[in-house]
Design a protein around this ligand. Structure first.
Ligand code: ZN
Length: 427
């Protein structure tokens, strides 16, 4: 395990001011009070720097919450857009169905009109036939009337037999009867056609009514679809705005994290020279546990492989089985304890040894609860048990010796920092 790289750099104040300005913009956007008062230049104390780091860490956490909020707003908008698109698809299906119904109704209307036209022509034909029949009938009646006025003796004189005359009358009467019958038939056919035309006209009128209803529905659906399309447009705009805001917030957070890193470097540079530590020497510190040293301090095969992001190993690893006792390496006071979950040192304990001007740090423990900050411990006193918490691949103790010691509150827990030296020079 390692502590964050320690290097000397002092360009933080300018950045802090720039960052504060950005935070103010964000504060206006979100209506929350975030911001950090930049310190005046030159000699800032370690406490001031640590204070700034802690404040920035708080802001990073606040920005995290904002980012989560924005992300959930974006996914909410995306859900709304999906729903709206589904609605539009359903409306399209309904509109297509109505289009088809309107087309079919239109065809029905045209067919009915054609049949009405046919019936009308039929009726006109029948009317003409009736007229013709009536004329023929009139002719016959005239002929009969004329015959009535002829004196039978004149006919006899004309050389026609009486029976011939009778026959001729009968013949005319038969024809008259037939013509009358045919006229009745034609009149009935005409009446039938007129009745049929009425039915067809009813049908056509029904279809026209239906068509206008369907067209009304069609128009309503189209305006509904237009509304939905407009909503989709608006929601997409909102989504885009949230995304813009998210990108800005993420930039700010990145900037804050970078600033924290710079402050930590400044902190490290502060603590470098002013150590009151005793000179290194064998036996100054007690071996804090029983086990095998599996990784030394500094450049190691493991650190060269990039295990610590290019940094050196900042302590020594002593491996043994889970639960092996861990002892305080010297008399002192517990400076702090922390639980970092699966990150960094996991469960850790830091002990201050004032008489030596040193701090020792014990990482990856089973639990950090066996001692608490402010508690006095003596050399060889049990302070916990070996574990594999944090950034660890197996049961071991990560043991560090430090010339100073600070903690900063991270989103995942209290993280210790120190200006570390090779523990093996003190064991
Ligand atoms: Zn380690």
């Amino acid at each position: 395990m390692r502590l964050p790289a320690i290097a000397v750099k002092r360009s933080t104040l300018l950045k802090l001011r720039r960052y504060t300005a950005s935070l103010l913009v964000l504060a206006v956007l979100f209506g929350t009070a975030i911001g950090i008062a930049p310190q005046t230049a030159s000699a800032r104390t370690v406490d001031e720097i640590v204070g700034d780091i802690n404040e920035l860490n708080t802001q990073v956490r606040n920005l995290d919450a904002k980012i989560q909020e924005l992300e959930s707003q974006i996914s909410e908008k995306q859900g709304e857009i999906r729903t709206l698109k589904n609605d539009v698809a359903l409306l399209n299906t309904e509109i297509d169905k109505l289009d088809l119904e309107i087309e079919n109704t239109q065809k029905k209307i045209l067919r009915a009109e054609a049949e009405i036209e046919k019936a009308t022509i039929g009726i006109r034909t029948k009317e003409k036939e009736i007229l013709d029949s009536k004329e023929a009938l009139g002719e016959l009646i005239r002929e009969i009337n004329e015959a009535d006025h002829v004196n039978p003796f004149e006919i006899l004189i004309a050389g026609k037999s009486f029976s011939e005359i009778l026959n001729s009358f009968e013949h005319v009467q038969t024809i008259q009867k037939k013509v009358q019958e045919s006229l009745d038939t034609i009149q009935q056919l005409k009446l039938d056609l007129e009745a049929k035309r009425l039915v067809l006209e009813d049908q056509r009128n029904e279809s026209v009514k239906l068509r206008s209803q369907l067209e009304g529905q069609h128009a309503a659906l189209q305006s509904k679809r237009a509304e939905k399309d407009q909503l989709i447009k608006e929601t997409k705009n909102e989504e885009a705005n949230y995304k813009k805001l998210l990108a800005q917030t993420e930039d700010l957070q990145e900037q804050a994290v970078a600033d924290i890193r710079d402050l930590e470097k400044e902190l490290a540079s502060k603590s470098g020279g002013s150590s009151n530590a005793v000179p290194a020497g064998k036996g100054i510190l007690l071996m804090p546990t029983d086990g095998v040293i599996t990784q030394g301090y500094g450049k190691t095969e493991y650190s060269e492989g990039g295990a610590y992001g290019g940094a050196n190993h900042n302590g020594v690893d002593i491996a043994n089985s889970l639960g092996t006792n861990i002892y305080s390496a010297a008399d002192g006071v517990v400076a702090a304890t922390g639980s970092l979950g699966g990150v960094a040192y996991g469960e850790w304990v830091g002990v201050h040894h004032p008489s030596l001007g040193l701090w020792t740090l014990y990482g990856h423990m089973l639990s950090s609860n066996e001692v608490s900050a402010g508690q006095s411990v003596v050399r060889g006193e049990g302070i916990g048990h070996m574990g594999s918490t944090g950034y660890s691949t197996g049961s071991h103790l990560h043991f560090m010796v430090c010339l100073d010691f600070y903690t900063t509150q991270k989103p995942y827990g209290l993280l210790p920092y120190c200006n570390h030296v090779n523990p093996l020079n003190y064991l």
